[in-house]
Write a protein that binds this ligand. Structure first.
Ligand code: ZN
Length: 418
């Protein structure tokens, strides 16, 4: 039954093949169109608002409504249908301020053509900003330039929209572009959106968050940090592989002890809390202008920001069109839907992977010295999405590598036994 369905899908895919957007080679050409000048222009536009402080003040009598309107206009120019999702916060004191007002999340939707499933890919960044005098958390400034934090992340999102529009790219999953308001007061905009989507039963294949992605000293190695979540460890590995393959940036994935604090401090965390899979990308060298009046356009590195946008475009293509082949060069037999759950686990763990053709499957679990501690040889599995169950309860706690081997290649996942 599964096999028949899959063959039917293959037929459909070939019927619609003229709509197929981009092969890995096309992608190289598309990435070359991502422009440092273009991302710079967006950062400058956002800085020009003077203040993007989400809470109402003399400079921002209607909060960030004007910023939301700007992003709406930009997305509309790229043929993306948009809406503002207003949220009303009654009460609460943060940084000594009483909050009782409307906030404005921007949402843009690019529908899939010939969708492969009912999940979407979300590209998000917070548009609000905050700044303090002399690093004092009691003294907010009236001006808030917020160039790196986080006009840079919004610039990446809008650059993707521009490139998609100018190349008339089609994808196999809906893409949602989100600009979040009021992140700086506790991820309020993103929590609102993640909760709404969760309650509506929306499926998100991946949430991609960019927050502070333009600080890079010229004389240091260009690196990009990926913050990961324990329900999506494979996503971080995949992001790193894509970053290496399609950009000049060296990917950095931190060990769990160093990963977590920052992973919980940006909008992707809100989606993780609602069970969604997410990846959070930020500059490796943390900006010394963070939350000050010095966070201005002149202190950002735009060729670096353009490279970050290139990683995002390749990653978006891999997840919004898993049939494109983009990002699968190192994973020839299985697609991006490979993952293990629950992970971390205490005993039983289910592996999910997708075979593009019938194949024998062998699963090995290795300890960090490379010794095989568990092995399962499956008979030939039918093409499509497969599940295998492992039981790690007899193994000591710690990190293991799980290799899924088919006659087309090997996929490796990290498993954490608690
Ligand atoms: Zn930020």
């Amino acid at each position: 039954m599964r096999k028949k369905t899959f063959l039917l899908l293959l037929v459909c895919a070939s019927m619609f093949s003229t709509l197929r957007a981009q092969s890995p080679t096309d992608l190289e050409n598309i990435l070359s169109q991502i422009s440092a000048d273009s991302v710079y222009a967006t950062v400058q536009d956002l800085q020009n608002f003077g203040s993007r402080l989400a809470v109402r003040n003399e400079n921002n009598p209607d909060g960030n409504r004007d910023v939301a309107d700007y992003i709406i206009q930009r997305l509309e120019n790229y043929g993306i249908s948009t809406s503002i999702d207003s949220l009303d916060i009654h009460g609460g004191i943060i940084y000594g301020m009483w909050i009782d007002q409307w906030f404005y999340n921007v949402k843009g939707v690019l529908p899939a053509s010939n969708p492969i499933d009912d999940s979407l890919v979300l590209v998000g960044a917070h548009m609000d900003a905050i700044s303090f005098n002399n690093g004092s958390y009691t003294s907010m400034t009236a001006q808030v330039p917020g160039a790196d934090d986080n006009a840079s992340g919004v610039a990446v999102m809008l650059e993707l929209a521009r490139i998609i529009h100018e190349n008339n790219l089609q994808f196999r999953r809906d893409i949602h572009f989100m600009a979040f308001d009021v992140e700086e007061f506790g991820l309020i905009g993103s929590r609102h959106d993640a909760q709404k989507r969760s309650e509506a039963g929306e499926k998100i294949a991946l949430m991609m968050n960019n927050d502070m992605v333009s600080n890079q000293p010229e004389d240091e190695d260009w690196k990009l940090t990926f913050r990961w979540y324990d329900n999506a460890v494979d996503v971080a590995n995949h992001a790193a592989a894509i970053c290496e393959q399609y950009t000049d940036l060296e990917p950095v994935i931190l060990p769990e002890t160093e990963n977590w604090e920052m992973a919980s401090r940006s909008d992707s965390y809100a989606y993780y809390r609602y069970g969604y899979r997410a990846i959070f990308t930020h500059e490796y060298t943390f900006s010394s202008s963070y939350h000050t009046l010095h966070d201005v356009t002149d202190s950002c590195n735009y060729p670096y920001l353009a490279e970050v946008a290139r990683y995002n475009m390749a990653m978006l293509t891999a997840y919004a069109d898993p049939t494109s082949g983009v990002g699968l060069e190192e994973h020839p037999a299985v697609t991006t839907s490979t993952y293990a759950y629950p992970n971390p686990c205490v005993g039983k763990v289910i592996l999910q992977y997708q075979l593009e053709q019938d194949s024998p499957v062998s699963i090995s679990v290795l300890d960090l010295r490379g010794c095989i501690v568990l092995r399962i040889d499956q008979s030939v599995q039918s093409a499509g999405i497969c599940h295998s169950e492992l039981d790690l309860s007899s193994l000591p706690t710690g990190l293991y590598l799980c290799q899924i081997r088919t006659d087309k290649g090997v996929e490796t996942l990290k498993l954490l036994r608690q």
